[in-house]
Design a protein around this ligand. Structure first.
Ligand SMILES: *[C@@H]1O[C@H](CO)[C@@H](O)[C@H](O)[C@H]1NC(C)=O
Ligand SMILES: *[C@@H]1O[C@H](CO)[C@@H](O)[C@H](O)[C@H]1NC(C)=O
Length: 992
């Protein structure tokens, strides 16, 4: 994250921190050039595809424009072919740089114009839809009464025509501009590059098996593990041979570790034959086979026939204990890997033979079916990093000379964030620097200002970058809008990418799926790390390594900037150029959104982080006409006091993403918001909104609506019911007797709902409304939460009927039902939920027996709270019939259950389950709290090997029985490692 100190130091007007000026035009470096080229070609690729997309839909409407757009995009494509050369030439000719900038600008502008056009179409659609769905009868009547109107040239239509001409004219102008740009191209005499060129040119890394062992720091554990695997007794690990992939991001030291093992004396003695092959990209089977042969007997191989080569390898290694290192593998193509037939060859080797592979891609380990034996290389500790750095930095310094630099060295090492390659590189940067001042300069500079870093550290990252598909590159670059150390939320990120139109595909593939896939592509190549998972193991959050972040920032250069505000300073932010497309403001203090000067007319994203603005002026909004993404979310902890969104928001016609969450003063939204026909995601969680605009049904592109935590919101407007393609609706509140309210039954048409849906306030509606909601059809929904109205001690007859009608689709993974006054018999359908992994039932006041859950094959987490009438838990809980003979009970009950909690079961006395069948064999955590009458735990629990946590709280009888050392039953549980037995608040002891 940018520190305030930094921000002050670099800002001319005390307010801003701007990366833009950090690039001191040292474009005379090969690498820099290539990076810029990468950015532009990706951008153009996106634009070309956007142009095509629009051409199909929108452009047909207006005469001639069609032709112009086609001509535009074909010119763009032609230019794309010479971009690479242009990038090189801009080094020597400043005019080429200008030319490229013009090209970018005109492309962006075209994207905007086409989008506007599209909006025109969307508006028509929305209006027609309103007419049809709205007051159906009324409209028909109107039409009957004024038959003239359809043919009449009313004002609206005049406007429309003018508007169309306007757009057509602008397209024509842009096309002319591009014609000029294209003509200029001729002047420079660029030559075309061929596809796939860059790959081969860049990825020419050669490694060898030689290593300076003295230069290895850290990695002790990984080294030991690897050696033990290599030197394993041949009868271990079952199979004849083992494949061991070492996976980690570029610069993590994978090759070094492999070299270390390869040169280890014991390893050398252990294997009869060993070979090191540097694979890199592209994966060429013939080349690799030849390299293996050459390495085996130091002769050139004559043949180019793969089959002959493979036979020849086989002859040489048959019955030998063979170690093969494949360094730097990139391909995930099964076919190529299978062609090489290495596993077959290895079968003929002696037992204990091994293939050691280094790669940055998790997918490679998967392809080789070796995920089990994978070694992941992660960050080095600061201590090891320092040692590594010192070994380079002080190579030629006397010890006392070195002393004076130690402290600065430590600070410099912090920049490396555990990346060995960075430590080595920075160590060699300072090697020849003699004065403290010079060291201090290294410390103060941005990491990419150091030529060596750019060459050495960014290069491996660049290789990974080139390996990405163009659209994925774009997604990665967008991450530059967030500061260092940011917690990326996966779903959020995907929605942001979507808002920038990065997730388009030719087919009909769903955008979220594409986003998910892109996220995985990036994660598998270590661009993301530190994954945070939810209870069920799904990735929800991740971070980006600092150096990767630097790299991304470097690539996206003057398109993205982050500005940290300093409290008490003026209200203006001077943007240095109008080429800025994405702006992030951090820590903007209470008060109006600062005025953004000059630069915002082309901005496509504005994101506020940790900010507390109170107002946003009309003027500011109107300035930012090109915005796609707007995040005015408040500070999560203190909330924000933004109390009004001006109606001018409706003019941000390109807007696709709007986050207004955590603005605790926000009570209403302007109706004009419903004109945002492009809007896909609207996040309003934790606001004070008490109603939403009536016409929300006009938001025909809305896919994600988040309103959870809006306690004041009485209902959702019924217009939402027409948004059939809504994919996320996180919250629904039942509202009685208001005609404006969306009804549960309206959810019936939304068969694409996914993620999580929470329904509140059930109990008064009758079951038929719920039947209409067709929850059973929502095959993509993963969590369903249902809450009945809370009413203590009052019977509610309808609840059981409602529960029956709730029956969800069998794909559901997580289910919560609270405050139901029905009986658990109504949950008869639960048996069909084969994918249910988590179940939470609470406050079923009138329920006397637990539902049958033992046969749910996927259930992992079960929470049962406040079932006050339950006295006994018996076979019915297992899901088997009382009269069912024990022999007839086949299989295992609760086969996957890992966590089980009972809480507040006031009258529960007996827990008796058959001990002859296998129950809960995987249980690892059991919690029983506030169950004062429970007498004993069932015996089967004593024998569960995986049970590691047992917590008993506020259960006086159990507490006596199981008291440490003295309780009658103590010996049965004393083996459990994490034991907490706590009675009331009186006594506490924890045994580990
Ligand atoms: C919007 O900002 C808030 C914090 O200010 C953050 O939590 C949220 O993730 C942001 N949304 C996006 C899409 O970046
Ligand atoms: C031990 O049990 C306590 C109480 O349930 C829990 O908070 C803690 O996470 C457990 N520790 C381990 C290592 O499982």
């Amino acid at each position: 994250m940018l520190s305030r100190r930094e921000a002050r130091a670099h800002s001319s007007n005390n307010f801003i921190f701007d990366h833009l000026f950090f690039f001191s035009y040292k474009y005379n470096q090969v690498l820099t050039r290539k990076m810029a080229e990468a950015l532009i070609s990706v951008l153009l690729e996106q634009l070309v595809s956007a142009v095509y997309q629009h051409t199909n839909e929108a452009v047909k409407l207006v005469l001639n424009a069609d032709k112009d757009v086609k001509s535009f995009s074909s010119k763009l494509k032609a230019i794309q072919a010479v971009l690479e050369d242009a990038e090189k030439k801009q080094v020597t000719e400043a005019s080429v740089g200008d030319w490229l900038q013009k090209l970018k600008d005109v492309s962006y502008e075209m994207d905007d114009v086409l989008d506007e056009w599209n909006i025109e179409l969307l508006r028509q659609q929305a209006e027609e839809k309103q007419e049809v769905e709205g007051d159906n009868a009324l409209v028909t009547k109107k039409k009957v009464r004024f038959p003239m109107s359809s043919g009449c040239f009313c004002f609206g239509q005049v406007n429309k025509v003018i508007h169309h001409h306007n757009i057509a004219r602008r397209i024509k102008e842009l096309n002319e501009k591009l014609t000029l740009i294209a003509a200029e191209r001729e002047m420079y005499g660029f030559h075309q590059s061929t596809i796939g060129d860059h790959h081969e040119r860049f990825i020419q890394r050669q490694t060898s098996s030689l290593v300076d062992v003295s230069a290895i720091f850290g990695r002790e554990e990984e080294k030991e593990y690897l050696l033990s695997k290599l030197l394993r007794e041949s009868n271990q690990d079952g199979g004849r041979f083992l494949v061991i992939p070492i996976v980690g991001m570029g610069g993590m030291g994978k090759t070094t570790l492999a070299q270390l093992a390869y040169n280890n004396e014991k390893v050398t003695a252990h294997f009869n034959k060993k070979v090191w092959v540097c694979v890199s990209d592209p994966f060429d089977e013939v080349k690799i086979a030849k390299a293996i042969i050459e390495n085996l007997d130091r002769t050139q191989s004559g043949s180019n026939e793969l089959e002959i080569l493979l036979q020849s390898i086989k002859r040489r290694v048959e019955d030998e204990k063979f170690l093969l290192v494949l360094d730097d593998v990139w391909t995930e193509d099964h076919k190529k890997w299978e062609n090489l037939k290495l596993p077959i060859i290895m079968q003929s080797c002696a037992k204990g033979s091994t293939i050691l592979v280094t790669t940055r891609k998790e997918g490679v380990a998967k392809m080789m079916r070796a995920t089990k034996s994978t070694i992941h290389l992660d960050k080095l500790s600061d201590k090891d990093c320092l040692a590594l750095f010192n070994s380079f930095a002080f190579l030629d310094k006397e010890e006392d000379e070195a002393n004076g630099f130690g402290a600065i060295g430590e600070e410099i090492v912090k920049k490396c964030k555990g990346l060995p390659l960075a430590a080595k590189t920075l160590g060699s940067v300072v090697l020849h620097k003699k004065t403290r001042e010079e060291w201090q300069n290294v410390l103060n500079s941005k990491i990419w200002e150091l030529e060596e870093v750019e060459e050495q550290v960014f290069r491996p990252l660049l290789l990974s970058y080139y390996d990405l598909a163009p659209a994925v590159k774009r997604c990665l670059l967008y991450c530059a809008i967030f500061p260092k150390d940011y917690d990326f939320k996966k779903d959020n990120l995907i929605e942001l990418w979507m808002s920038q139109d990065y997730l388009n595909s030719k087919g009909k593939k769903e955008k979220r799926r594409i986003g998910q896939y892109y996220f995985e592509s990036l994660a598998m190549r270590s661009f993301f790390q530190d994954f945070e998972k939810d209870e069920m193991g799904n990735i929800i959050e991740c971070k980006m390594h600092d150096i990767v972040h630097d790299f991304v920032l470097f690539l996206s250069k003057n398109e993205c900037i982050i500005i940290e505000a300093i409290e008490g300073i003026n209200q203006r932010i001077e943007l240095s150029s109008d080429k800025i497309r994405h702006l992030t403001l951090i820590s903007v203090p209470e008060g109006p959104l600062p005025t953004l000067c000059y630069g915002c007319k082309n901005m496509r994203s504005l994101i506020l982080l940790h900010s507390s603005i109170t107002t946003i002026s009309r003027g500011s909004i109107i300035q930012m006409k090109c915005l796609r993404t707007l995040n005015l979310s408040g500070n999560k902890i203190s909330g924000s006091m933004l109390n009004e969104v001006p109606k001018e928001i409706g003019e941000l016609i390109h807007l696709r993403y709007m986050d207004l969450s955590h603005n605790w003063n926000l009570k209403e939204l302007p109706d004009a918001m419903c004109e945002l026909y492009n809007l896909q995601t609207l996040v309003l969680v934790y606001t004070c909104l008490w109603k939403l605009p009536k016409a929300m049904g006009k938001l025909i592109n809305l896919k994600h609506l988040y309103v959870g935590g809006c306690g004041n919101l009485r209902y959702l407007p019924k217009g939402i019911g027409s948004l059939k393609s809504l994919q996320v609706l996180d919250w629904f509140k039942v509202c009685e007797g208001d005609d404006e309210a969306l009804k549960l039954g309206n959810l019936g048409v939304m068969d694409q709902l996914q993620g999580s849906l929470d329904i509140r306030g059930l109990g008064k509606d009758d079951a038929s409304e719920i039947e209409k909601a067709l929850l059973g059809n929502k095959e993509h929904l993963s969590h369903l939460g249902v809450g009945f109205q809370f009413a203590l001690g009052e019977q509610r007859k309808g609840d059981s009927e409602i529960v029956k009608a709730l029956q969800p689709h069998q794909n559901l993974e997580s289910l919560t039902i609270r405050c139901c006054h029905g009986t658990t018999e109504s949950l008869y359908w639960i048996k069909s939920l084969h994918n249910l992994r988590k179940l939470y039932l609470s406050y079923w006041e009138f329920c006397e027996v637990l539902p049958p859950l033992g046969k749910l094959p996927s259930l992992e987490i079960l929470d049962i709270w406040e079932m006050k009438k339950v006295k006994k838990v018996r076979v019915e809980f297992l899901g088997i019939e009382e009269e069912e003979e024990e022999e007839e009970v086949s299989g295992i009950l609760f086969p996957k259950l890992k966590k089980l909690t009972f809480f507040g079961m006031k009258n529960w006395e007996e827990w008796a389950l058959l001990s002859e069948i296998t129950i809960m064999p995987r249980l690892s955590e059991l919690r029983i709290k506030w169950c004062p009458k429970l007498k004993a735990l069932p015996k089967f629990l004593y024998k569960i090997p995986e049970l590691r946590t047992l917590e008993i709280k506020g259960c006086p009888i159990l507490e006596g029985e199981y008291e440490k050392g003295v309780g009658k039953e103590w010996h049965n549980i004393s083996h459990i490692p994490n034991l907490t037995i706590q009675s009331g608040w009186k006594r506490t002891y924890v045994v580990f």
